[in-house]
Design a protein around this ligand. Structure first.
Ligand code: G3D
Ligand code: MG
Length: 193
C-alpha cells in the first residue's frame, strides 16, 4: 500500500500573479501559455481576471491560477485582492522599453505591500526578445544582474529568463521554473499544509 501511495503524484495549487508595466506582454505571455483555445476561468468586474491551467511537472500535478490585471489598476482597491495570498510572481519587463525595467522595484513593492509584507518566489522575465536586432534593446546582462541582486535581497534564487510571447520562446519554461522555485521555498520555510 505504501508503495502505491508514494507513486501518486503530488498535487499543488499555485496562485501566480503577473507583474509589470502596461504593454510589456503579461496578457500575451498568459495567452501563449494557455494555448489558442484559452478561456478565462473567471472574469471579475473589478479589473482583474484569472484563469486556470493544470500541468504535470516532474511527477507533480500543478494547477496554476494565473492572475492578470486588466489595464492599469495599480492605484485601485483591486490590488489587494489581486496580490494577497500569491504563491509566486512572474515579474515582467520589456527588453525594448527601458522604463519598464526601471519600474520593476515599484512592482515588487506593490506585491509585498499588499501581501502581508511577504516576498514570494519570483522569476524575472525579459519579454519581447524577438525584437533584438530590429530595435535597441537592453542586453541580457541587465536582467541577469537585477535577478542576482534580487536573489541576494530575498535570500532565495530569483532566476532570469528571456522570453517572447510572440514566438513562444521560454514561456512554458517560465512557469515550470516558477513552480520549481515555489517548491523550494515551501520546503525551506516548511509552509506545506
Ligand atoms: P500587457 O498585458 O502587459 O499590458 P500585452 O501587454 O500582452 O497586452 O501586450 C502589449 C503589446 O505588446 C501587444 O501589441 C502585444 O502583441 C505585444 N507583445 C507582447 N509580447 C510580445 C513579444 O514577445 N514580442 C513582440 N514583438 N510583441 C509582443 P498590440 O500591438 O496588440 O498592442
Ligand atoms: Mg494585459
Amino acid at each position: 500500500v505504501r508503495k502505491r501511495l508514494s507513486s501518486i503524484p503530488k498535487k499543488s495549487v499555485y496562485k501566480v500573479v503577473l507583474l509589470g508595466d502596461g504593454a510589456v506582454g503579461k496578457t500575451s505571455i498568459r495567452q501563449q501559455y494557455l494555448g489558442k483555445g484559452f478561456k478565462d476561468g473567471y472574469s471579475m468586474t473589478i479589473g482583474a481576471d484569472f484563469c486556470v491551467k493544470r500541468v504535470e511537472l516532474e511527477n507533480m500535478i500543478v494547477t496554476f491560477q494565473i492572475w492578470d490585471l486588466a489595464g492599469q489598476q495599480r492605484f485601485d482597491i483591486v490590488r489587494e485582492v489581486y496580490y494577497r495570498g500569491s504563491s509566486g510572481a512572474l515579474l515582467v519587463f520589456d527588453v525594448s522599453t527601458p522604463g519598464s525595467f526601471e519600474n520593476l522595484p515599484a512592482w515588487l513593492n506593490e506585491l509585498t505591500k499588499n501581501n502581508y509584507n511577504r516576498i514570494v518566489p519570483i522569476v524575472l522575465i525579459g519579454n519581447k526578445t524577438d525584437l533584438r536586432g530590429s530595435t535597441p534593446c537592453l542586453p541580457p546582462e541587465a536582467g541577469e544582474q537585477y535577478a542576482a541582486s534580487l536573489s541576494q535581497w530575498t535570500g532565495f534564487e530569483v532566476p532570469y529568463l528571456e522570453t517572447s510571447a510572440k514566438t513562444g520562446l521560454n514561456v512554458d519554461e517560465a512557469f515550470g521554473l516558477l513552480s520549481k522555485q515555489i517548491e523550494v521555498y515551501l520546503d525551506k520555510y516548511q509552509l506545506r499544509g
